[in-house]
Every structure is written in structure tokens, then in C-alpha cells.
Write a protein that binds this ligand. Structure first.
Ligand SMILES: *Cc1c(COP(=O)(O)O)cnc(C)c1O
Length: 490
């Protein structure tokens, strides 16, 4: 299967590329991103067949349907990483929480957030490709908390790939920071920046486009790649768990095969929701995809009013920080799918220039046939965490936003699958506050308070972090980033 560009072709870039080329160098003509030229149709017989297979078998067959140019042994190696999840037979368990609401827990991997579902196998595939081609890659990542640990974990000690991860010093939770700064592999570098996430991200963007920096990398025979969710190598692994959670629902006899369901997704960069959309396009019986946001509700406005408006907004810090995003990169792939390359280019350029676009009314109507959306304030989220805990289930603040959207968007009496993106251990001060009222606690105190209140154990991968030595102590000013990275590469 070949990949084409969301904003059309500039006559310089190849018109089509293979999967491996799309994931090694994800940047496209006119600033666009890669999408598959067409999608395989799976059909109900594919779903029937996989009622009795494992997650890995399902994953292998979904990947096969895409006919990607990756050797089978590299695919097996990548999928074997699901064996280190809590339950190797079921890396993403589905749990009934109330009535027709089910939660698909995507956080049972090594860094306790859903980024592992895709980054674990993606890292393995990318490194295998780089090794096979005898090329060296540098992955630069700016993180507000979850992507960094997951990217570091997947690439640690992998061949032909080095990772530099920038995070805002003081801008992540203790657990997230410790997951990064206790990494000791030679091919990883973690750099704290004096500033916030936007500072880290803009520093990274200017490096990526800096000619002198790229030249210096070329002299060292290193190419740049990206591990964020514009890389289709992540998206492809995010289609699989949507299919898996539907099959789980059938296995639990909550729905009969072919009956429609809602997918309810806590959204930031729209990678998770896009995976659900692609699964629907490939034949998964989905009524609608519900897009849950926090107070940074650009996606709610896009889906309800057809307006992408970031003219006045600055990011509002919330208790669901992984969703504190204004420019949601994967929306571009939806625009492409609905309206084609010319219109996508027009809309995305308008967004870059004017920080605003408005869809036409027929375009908006089309969007609404597939998506609905709502947003949830921190106070509302806290209420859902409290209520749901009282009825016996512990939620993280990102997942909580879906509970509001479930109430307002799931109009028909169909089952809803909420995608849970983080374990309670990653955002414990917020959860402790909801459950016990305590404020301003450290992560460790909050973890202990929740463990006691809920009578559950803190997973050892989390509690061990507080005992490990700090291996990555670098904290610098933005201006020194380039020098620091070049030093590391020498
Ligand atoms: C990354 C992340 C999200 C947002 O997912 P997108 O695919 O970017 O929409 C939501 N919750 C958590 C905990 C995350 O880490």
C-alpha cells in the first residue's frame, strides 16, 4: 500500500511513498502529512473470524490488510512487546462501568498511559527499518508528559536510533518527570527546559527547520524522524485497539455482531479518535465517534459549528494536561478524507495565516454524520471521578471528560466504549483531590492516599521510580538546546 500527501504534491517530493518511507521521513509537500492511498475493507467475516483470536493475531491481520512493506519478523518482534503489558493475552481490557457504558483500558503498558499501545510496536518497527537500511535516525520529541516517557521506553537501547526528549521543567507530574530522568540508556537524552511546554515545542520546531542544525546532523550521517502522532506508524497501531474493544463487547454478549456502538475518545492531537474513524471506515460498526475535550475546546467548536478558531485562545492549563492542545494535528487527515487535498491545503494554510477557518454548511453536515463533540471543565471532571469512584471504578481526569460527552452526545440507546488513556497513578494529585479533598500534595503522598482509600496497590513500576537514581539531570535555557544535543550526539 502506498501513501500520499494531505495537501497535494509539490512536484519535488515523490507522488507516492511506501509505508517505511512515510514513517522514516514523515514530512510532506506544503507542510502536509501522509495518508494511505486507500483503506482495506475488513467486513463482518473478518470480525467474526477474530472473535476467537488473540490481540496479536488481530493486530497481525489488520497490518497484513494494509500490505505494509515491513518484514514479517520485524512485525512479530514489534507485536511481542504487548507481552510486557499487565496481561499479555489482553493488553487492552474492556470493563463494564455502568449501564451501556464500557471502558477500554489502554494504559496497561510500561509507562501507564495509552501512548504505549502504539509507541511500543512503532519504536520497534522504526529501529528495525533503520538497522536494515544501515541508517541512523535522531528522534526529537517535546513532551508535556506522556509522549516523552513512552518514546524513551520504546527506543531505549534500540539500534540506529537516538532520542532527545525536551520537557518543561516543573511542567509535568512527578511520575512523568521521574519516568524520563531515571532513564539510563546511552542512546537517550532528556533535557529539561526553563519555560513551559509551548517553549519546549517551539524550540524543537525551530531546530527541525534550522538548516545549519540539519547540516550538522548530515555531517554525522544522522537523519531526523518524528515519533509524534503525525507519524502514520503510530496511527496504524491505533486502529487495532478500536476493533479489539468492539470484539470484546461482542464476546461479552453486550452487543450482537454488526450492531452499532459509540466510540467516546478523550482527544488532544486526535490520533486516538482518528484510529477510531479509520476503523469505522474499514467496516467496524460504529454509530458515531464522540470527541471529548477539556476547556481547550477547539475540537468541540469544529464539530458543532464548523469553526476552527485559535485567534484569541492561549492554552488553558487544566487537570487533563495531555489534552491541553489548540492545534490538533490529525484533524488534517479527517479534512483530507472528507474534502480532498485541494480543500485541505486551503483550510490548513488559512489556519496557519489567520488562525481560523470556517467550514461550509454542507461540509459541516458531513462531519456531523460521523462525529459529535462536547467538552468538560475541571470541576465537572472532578465530579465524574468522585461519582464513578463511589460506584466502584477509578477514573483518571482525561477519561473523565468522556463521561460528560457520553451524557450529552450518545443520543441513541446504543453501547458506548470510552477509551481510558491513563492510569490513576499518572495524575494522582488531581484524583486524590477528587476522592479525599486534599490539595497541593506531592505525587507520592497522593498515590498513597488513593491506594489507601481505594484499597489498591501502587504498581511497582510506579513506586520504584521514587527509589531510582536520577540519570538525566540536564536543565537548561532554550538557547542552549542545540549545543546540548550536538554534544550528546558526539
Ligand atoms: C496523548 C493523550 C491524550 C490525547 O490523545 P490524542 O491521540 O493526542 O488525541 C489523552 N489522554 C492522555 C492521558 C494522553 O496521554
Amino acid at each position: 500500500m502506498n501513501f500520499i500527501e494531505t495537501r497535494g504534491n509539490d512536484g519535488v517530493n515523490p507522488i507516492q511513498v511506501s509505508f517505511s518511507e512515510a514513517i522514516l521521513s514523515p514530512m510532506c509537500s506544503f507542510g502536509g502529512i501522509y495518508v494511505p492511498e486507500k483503506f482495506p475493507l475488513l467486513g463482518l467475516d473478518f470480525l467474526e473470524k477474530h472473535l476467537s483470536t488473540s490481540y496479536k493475531d488481530l493486530a497481525r491481520d489488520v497490518l497484513a490488510a494494509f500490505k505494509i512493506d515491513i518484514d514479517q519478523d520485524a512485525i512479530e518482534q514489534a507485536l511481542s512487546l504487548y507481552d510486557q503489558f499487565d496481561d499479555p493475552a489482553d493488553p487492552a481490557p474492556l470493563v463494564r462501568v455502568k449501564n451501556d457504558l464500557y471502558v477500554s483500558e489502554l494504559y496497561h503498558g510500561p509507562t501507564r498511559a495509552f501512548k504505549d499501545m502504539a509507541l511500543q510496536p512503532f519504536g520497534s518497527v522504526l529501529s528495525a527499518l533503520a538497522e536494515k537500511r544501515n541508517e541512523n535516525y535522531l528522534i526529537l520529541a517535546a513532551t508535556s508528559g506522556d509522549t516523552g516517557p513512552a518514546a524513551l521506553d520504546t527506543f531505549k537501547n534500540k539500534k540506529n536510533v537516538q532520542v532527545v526528549c525536551l520537557y518543561p521543567e516543573g511542567g509535568t507530574s512527578d511520575v512523568q518527570r521521574l519516568q524520563m530522568v531515571t532513564e539510563d540508556a546511552q542512546n537517550l537524552k532528556v533535557i529539561g527546559i526553563h519555560g513551559d511546554f509551548d517553549d519546549a515545542q517551539s524550540a524543537l520546531k525551530s531546530l527541525l527547520s534550522s538548516e545549519s542544525f540539519n547540516n550538522k546532523l548530515n555531517e554525522k550521517n544522522i537523519s531526523l524522524s518524528a515519533a509524534n502522532s503525525v507519524n502514520f506508524g503510530r496511527i496504524i497501531f491505533q486502529i487495532i485497539y478500536h476493533i479489539h474493544s468492539y470484539l470484546e463487547l461482542v464476546r461479552m454478549e453486550a452487543v450482537s455482531m454488526g450492531a452499532k456502538v459509540y466510540l467516546d475518545v478523550p482527544s488532544g492531537n486526535f490520533g486516538n479518535a482518528l484510529g477510531g474513524y479509520y476503523a469505522k471506515k474499514m467496516g467496524l460498526p460504529v454509530e458515531k465517534i464522540i470527541i471529548a475535550s477539556n476547556l481547550n475546546n477547539v475540537l468541540t467548536k469544529l464539530i458543532n459549528e464548523g469553526q476552527y478558531d485559535i485567534r484569541e485562545s492561549a492554552v488553558t492549563p487544566t487537570t487533563s494536561p495531555a489534552m491541553d492542545i489548540l492545534k490538533s494535528s490529525n484533524v488534517e487527515r479527517i479534512l483530507y478524507d472528507f474534502f480532498g487535498a485541494d480543500r485541505t491545503k486551503e483550510l490548513m494554510q488559512k489556519l496557519d495565516q489567520d488562525k481560523y477557518y470556517q467550514l461550509k454548511s454542507d461540509e459541516l453536515e458531513k462531519l456531523k454524520t460521523v462525529f459529535s463533540a462536547d467538552f468538560c471543565s475541571d470541576e465537572e471532571g472532578k465530579k465524574y471521578i468522585q461519582e464513578t469512584f463511589e460506584s466502584g471504578y477509578l477514573l483518571d481526569p482525561h477519561t473523565a471528560t468522556c463521561f460528560k460527552a457520553y451524557e450529552t452526545c450518545a443520543e441513541k440507546p446504543l453501547n458506548t466504549i470510552v477509551y481510558s488513556t491513563a492510569e490513576w497513578t499518572k495524575f494522582s494529585p488531581t484524583i486524590a483531590n477528587a476522592l479525599t479533598g486534599e490539595v497541593g500534595t506531592t505525587d507520592i503522598a497522593a498515590l498513597q492516599a488513593i491506594a489507601k482509600k481505594a484499597s489498591i496497590a501502587i504498581p511497582t513500576v510506579v513506586s520504584d521510580l521514587f527509589e531510582k537514581p536520577i540519570m538525566q539531570a540536564t536543565v537548561i535555557d532554550k538557547v542552549d538546546i542545540e549545543k546540548e544535543i550536538l554534544n550528546f550526539l558526539d
